[in-house]
Design a protein around this ligand. Structure first.
Ligand code: BV8
Ligand code: ZN
Length: 254
């Protein structure tokens, strides 16, 4: 991997490394990104129009069915080499902050000890009335490829409608994870931006905050993004290949 030697030195001596991930880091685990076309029941919708409170209000069974289908996919997927490389990195640098836009739990299942979820977690639905978490272990669908409209369950405590545990477009990000993410982006020495189109705000602003703070910034993506000319090093390629190589080259196992 052609990482310039002076950048390797900067990264090796970085006291605080931030890793910021988007849907591209889970793509090789078989989890569709928001860019991927929707299939089946949801072919005529783009993800953005389904991931809103208005869509859930208008057709709860369509939206809840979509989230249960996605949750099924997440539970049927495994972390890939990118998730594992990020988990390994935590033990090789002085301080690592992992920030994700993803709603899956693959970072946790790869062994990352602490994950800042800016857009919520698909495996933690909750009651839209009383806010209590809805403990449903298995999705209501039998198979990941079973696509159905599904009425959202009711809360056992108050009878309110259960909703997906994610942050929809038009909803605010969770305060504490967001504050921690901004502080980390502004104060880190190195910022790795992995598998995100950097379109969704305010999360996309984190990489720009690291650039302004003069951190060493590295982007890994299979496609071009608006950050290509702004980062210190732009690595074009799949995360599950590029990340293990980058970690092995810069932060080899002791
Ligand atoms: C907010 C959870 C304050 C749900 C998600 C201007 C106009 C209109 C609206 C806005 C605007 N500016 C800001 C907004 C608001 C809006 C927004 O940003 N809109 C965008 C579309 C312009 N933001 C919000 O509403 C946020 N809240 O601003 O609060 C507020 C409050 C009230 C009123 C107004 C404002 C909340 C945003 C959170 C939305 N929820 N997820 C769910 O999952 O269902 S975001 C969702 O989309 C994902 O979580 C992801 O983060 C994001 C983008 O999805 P993808 O494109 O799939 O993923 P990603 O971007 O990561 O792209 C994939 C990338 O990976 C690609 O680049 C691809 O090339 C690459 N890739 C693919 N395979 C690989 C790979 N790379 C490497 N290796 C591979 N193998
Ligand atoms: Zn309730």
């Amino acid at each position: 991997m052609d990482v310039p030697s002076e950048l390797i030195q900067r990264l090796k001596s970085a006291g605080h490394v931030v890793v910021f991930t988007g849907a591209g880091v889970s793509a090789e685990s078989g989890i569709p990104t928001f860019r991927d076309r929707q299939t089946g029941l949801w072919t005529n919708f783009d993800a953005q129009s389904l991931a809103t409170p208005e869509a859930f209000e208008r057709d709860p069974a369509l939206v809840w069915g979509w989230y249960e289908w996605r949750r099924c996919r997440v539970l049927a997927s495994e972390p890939n080499a990118a998730h594992r490389a990020i988990a390994a990195l935590a033990g090789r640098v002085r301080r690592l902050t992992l920030i994700t836009q993803n709603v899956d739990d693959l970072h946790e299942r790869a062994g990352s000890p602490e994950v800042l979820h800016l857009h919520g977690r698909i495996c933690q639905p909750y009651c839209s009335a009383c806010g209590r978490e809805h403990a449903v272990a298995r999705p209501q669908l039998p198979e990941p490829d079973d696509e159905r409209r599904l009425e959202p369950p009711r809360c056992v405590h108050c009878g309110g409608r259960i909703r997906p545990g994610v942050v929809w477009f038009g909803e605010c990000l969770p305060r504490r994870p967001w504050e921690q993410a901004v502080e980390a982006a502004r104060g880190c020495d190195a910022f790795l931006c992995i598998g995100t189109s950097s379109v969704v705000e305010p999360a996309a602003g984190l990489t720009r905050a690291a650039i302004v703070a003069r951190a060493a910034t590295i982007q890994v993506n299979i496609d071009a993004t608006c950050l290509d000319e702004l980062v210190t090093l732009n690595l074009r390629g799949p995360a599950a290949t590029m990340l293990p190589r980058l970690v092995a080259e810069v932060w080899p196992e002791a």
